[in-house]
Design a protein around this ligand. Structure first.
Ligand code: FMN
Length: 166
């Protein structure tokens, strides 16, 4: 496939955006044409041949922009090769084992016949928005647990599958 790929993301503190950009870079290196965009800014996916959707995890749910995106573009997404990712755990767990999708994301995977879902470690650092975020930081539980080797490996696999065709 020599098509166009959308990497859409839902983020509050930008760490998921950075993961989406890393995925987009890998896909580009594999010769694909890629847009990495905030999910809420995408009006239509009709010009894309494949889509990757990612969201930060908040209180056991995907970021609301990612949830709205898959709801709004349900039919178009179901008709395209689709990959999902979540970013959340503020510890090394996501680098050590596969963390299954939260229930809402699992449901979306089934409904949209997504190829695969992966959970990446998250990031919470000074300057994050919200009272709870500040409380977590104050208790010393923040940090950057994004594993870019793992992210790039996953993106390379997506690129491989896209090149092989669905
Ligand atoms: C209020 C709040 C709730 C969170 N809830 C979860 C959660 O339920 N599960 C999880 O794995 N991570 C949780 N996290 C960690 C975030 O998912 C992590 O910081 C992620 O990288 C945020 O993405 P963003 O920077 O793109 O918004 C939470 C963080 C905050 C601040």
């Amino acid at each position: 496939m020599t098509g166009k790929v959308l990497v859409a993301y839902g983020t509050t503190n930008r760490s998921t955006a950075r993961i989406a950009e890393a995925i987009a870079d890998v896909l580009r290196k594999h010769g694909l044409s890629v847009d990495a965009l905030p999910a809420r800014s995408v009006n239509s996916v009709s010009s894309y041949d494949a889509v990757v959707v990612g969201g930060g995890l908040y209180a056991g749910r995907w970021h609301k922009d990612a949830r709205r995106f898959v709801r709004r573009h349900r039919e178009a997404l179901a008709a395209r090769p689709l990959w999902l990712f979540s970013s959340g755990p503020l510890d090394a767990s996501a680098s050590e084992r596969d963390i299954p999708p939260v229930s809402g994301v699992k449901k979306a995977m089934t409904q949209l016949d997504a190829q695969e879902h992966v959970t990446f470690g998250g990031c919470l650092e000074d300057g994050a928005r919200g009272f709870v975020a500040r409380m977590i930081l104050r208790s010393g539980k923040g940090g950057d647990f994004r594993d870019f080797d793992r992210i790039e490996e996953w993106a390379a696999r997506v690129a491989g599958e896209l090149s092989g065709g669905k």
